[in-house]
Design a protein around this ligand. Structure first.
Ligand SMILES: Cc1cc2nc3c(=O)[nH]c(=O)nc-3n(C[C@H](O)[C@H](O)[C@H](O)COP(=O)(O)O)c2cc1C
Length: 307
């Protein structure tokens, strides 16, 4: 049985990828996930300079619904400092995608060009950060800007560029189409959904930043629909990477059937030790493939679209 999967020019030993941010960006935690059996890892989103992030508490696990709400924001060491950590990951041959963010094209360009000489697999553009030219709104909600950022990044690197879409929009097709026109190598869906939790006794929002993003099992059906819709419209022209609420190997299968060529796992890894999870995920995928008499992952991709 072959668990290998291809996302454009990138081939992974299996479809499991660590989602950006959940375990930070240090070599030791990312290496641990890869060693546990993942196909690849994605770094925390890296920007031009060090950012502290939002006040604590910034992550709150909603265990009863296997989900989390976070307002970690874009805390990161900045690309110059992070480069040293990245060099170790590459030296140790951990298949790594580097997630980058910026508030405008200039910032995205500086980070991309500052890291591009290293030999990692590719970039993921995190478009969920606030647009520095249009106060408040995320970069990824503006199709014109998504097109321009993707196109400008395409000019500056020969590495694959994955564009990670925010679900906090009205029309995903418009944004996805802009990314494709700009030269994206894959679409990644989805990032967290805008959310909030309130403590009824203190009568205050629980997160230090008040507002946050929901992730984990609660968002899986939303992620599945995004991937299904994107595959239906663009599946012939661009690979899709599914993210959101994956908690078992069967959830991975569900995303593959919706049209994902690979998946990213975030909150589930934050909640439980990766070593236990990874083995279980792989066993469940193999069990399903055995039952269904399938030889390769490619037989599953988009399977829910067959009549
Ligand atoms: C604590 C935390 C930090 C995150 N940081 C980032 C980030 O830096 N960049 C990014 O693109 N996504 C970030 N995400 C979103 C995840 O990569 C993922 O898209 C989302 O959590 C949905 O997947 P999940 O349900 O498997 O967690 C973060 C999520 C969490 C829970």
């Amino acid at each position: 049985m072959n668990l290998e999967t291809r996302i454009g020019k990138i081939t992974l030993r299996n479809p499991l990828i660590l989602a950006s941010g959940v375990l930070g960006s240090s070599y030791s935690s990312l290496n641990r996930i890869y060693k546990s059996g993942f196909g690849a890892v994605i770094t925390k989103s890296i920007g031009i300079e060090e950012r502290e992030g939002n006040p604590n508490p910034s992550v709150f696990f909603l265990h009863e619904i296997k989900s989390a709400i976070n307002s970690v924001g874009l805390a990161n060491p900045g690309y110059k400092l992070y480069k040293e950590e990245l060099k170790i990951l590459i030296e140790k041959k951990v298949p790594t995608i580097v997630s980058i963010f910026g508030g405008n094209i200039k910032e995205f360009s500086e980070v991309l060009e500052g890291l591009d000489d290293l030999l990692f697999l590719g970039f993921e553009l995190n478009l969920s950060c606030p647009n520095t030219e249009k106060e408040g709104l995320a970069v990824g909600t503006d199709p014109q800007l998504v097109y321009k950022i993707t196109k400008e990044m395409r000019k500056r690197t020969s590495k694959p560029i994955w564009v990670k879409l925010t679900p906090n929009i009205t029309d995903i097709f418009e944004i996805a189409e802009a990314a494709i026109r700009g030269g994206a190598s894959a679409l990644v869906a989805i990032n967290t959904l805008k959310a909030m939790i309130i403590d009824i006794y203190s009568k205050k929002p629980i997160l230090g930043f008040k507002r946050g993003g929901l992730s984990g099992a609660a968002i899986k059906p939303i992620g599945i629909r995004f991937v299904y819709d994107l595959f239906e419209r663009f599946g012939e022209i661009i690979p899709i990477v599914g993210v959101g609420g994956i908690n078992s190997g069967y959830d991975v299968i569900e995303y593959l059937l919706a049209g994902a060529s690979a998946v990213e796992v975030g909150t589930a890894i934050g909640i439980k030790y990766p070593e236990n999870k990874t083995n279980l995920f792989i066993q469940q995928i193999k069990k399903y493939m055995n039952e269904q008499k399938l030889e390769s992952i490619s037989e599953l991709i988009g399977g829910a679209h067959n009549d």
